[in-house]
Design a protein around this ligand. Structure first.
Ligand SMILES: [Zn+2]
Length: 263
């Protein structure tokens, strides 16, 4: 009969301990919901308006999130600033200043929608695109030979009271002309997705920013535009829209409303 030396016995005890620990870890993995032996996979929470960023971001499939983040990096490089509040406010001020110059369309802060020309609308949209997207969307549209962006006054029969009418598949953005006959001023401002607008021009620039988010998705990620479970909810204002609208334009939520109830 051989007697085990103390060292050999210690080794055996350690090995035994390691295999017991491994078995325990394996058992835990098996029990994990979604583990190959588990019969319970908890459903992903449904996207709901008003969710916090850290909650809705979790609803974006990993591969789509990687692509969205890659796009944000390219935009930040092109426009050479990130998405801090100060830079975003400065960019909006720059857009409004550019739009009021003759080459930017000679816009008035309190414009008359019936006098606005398509070339003024195009110039304003191009300024928002250039300042906020650094020209990435325009590049992508040229590269993929898609129709150029066009902005026209129109009416959305589904939602004639919205400040927007939406983006169509041919890259035309319609704005609800009726709505833009109202006044927006210091005394009667509007909250556009978290941005306080004290002029119609300011609100229109923000409205175009919102539509450009849809245009980015349509032209850069047509598969996401067509079928993503993280983009389609809430009429294409799901988690991917919310994330891009915030990181590109500083917009939170997608509600716009008057601050005071003045007709
Ligand atoms: Zn929208």
């Amino acid at each position: 009969m051989t007697r085990l030396s103390t060292t050999a016995r210690t080794r055996l005890i350690i090995l035994g301990g390691i295999s017991a620990a491994s078995a325990f870890v394996l058992w835990l993995l098996e029990r994990r919901p979604g583990g190959h032996d588990g019969d319970y996979t908890p459903p992903l929470p449904q996207y709901k308006r008003g969710m916090r960023e850290r909650d809705y971001v979790r609803l974006i499939p990993e591969d789509e999130l990687v692509r969205v983040k890659g796009l944000l990096r390219r935009v930040y490089n092109l426009r050479s600033w990130f998405n801090d509040t100060e830079s975003i406010s400065r960019a909006w001020v720059n857009v409004l200043a550019a739009a009021q110059k003759p080459e930017g369309g000679g816009w008035k802060l309190d414009f008359d929608i019936d006098q606005v020309t398509p070339s003024q609308l195009s110039a304003l949209c191009a300024a928002v695109e250039l300042y906020f997207l650094g020209g990435l969307l325009a590049q992508q549209i040229r590269k993929s030979r898609r129709p150029a962006l066009k902005v026209l006054p129109g009416e959305d029969p589904r939602d004639p009271y919205s400040w927007l009418s939406g983006l169509h598949d041919d890259n035309t953005i319609y704005i609800n002309a009726n709505r833009w006959r109202e006044t927006i001023s210091d005394e009667n401002p509007m909250n556009f997705e978290g941005a306080l607008c004290t002029s119609k021009l300011e609100a229109l620039a923000h409205a175009l920013g919102h539509e450009l988010v849809h245009a980015v998705v349509l032209n850069c990620f047509p598969d996401i535009d067509a079928a993503s479970v993280a983009y389609l909810p809430d009429d294409k204002h799901g988690p991917i829209f919310m994330l891009l609208n915030k990181k590109l334009f500083g917009h939170v939520g997608h509600a716009s409303q008057r601050l005071f109830n003045i007709a």
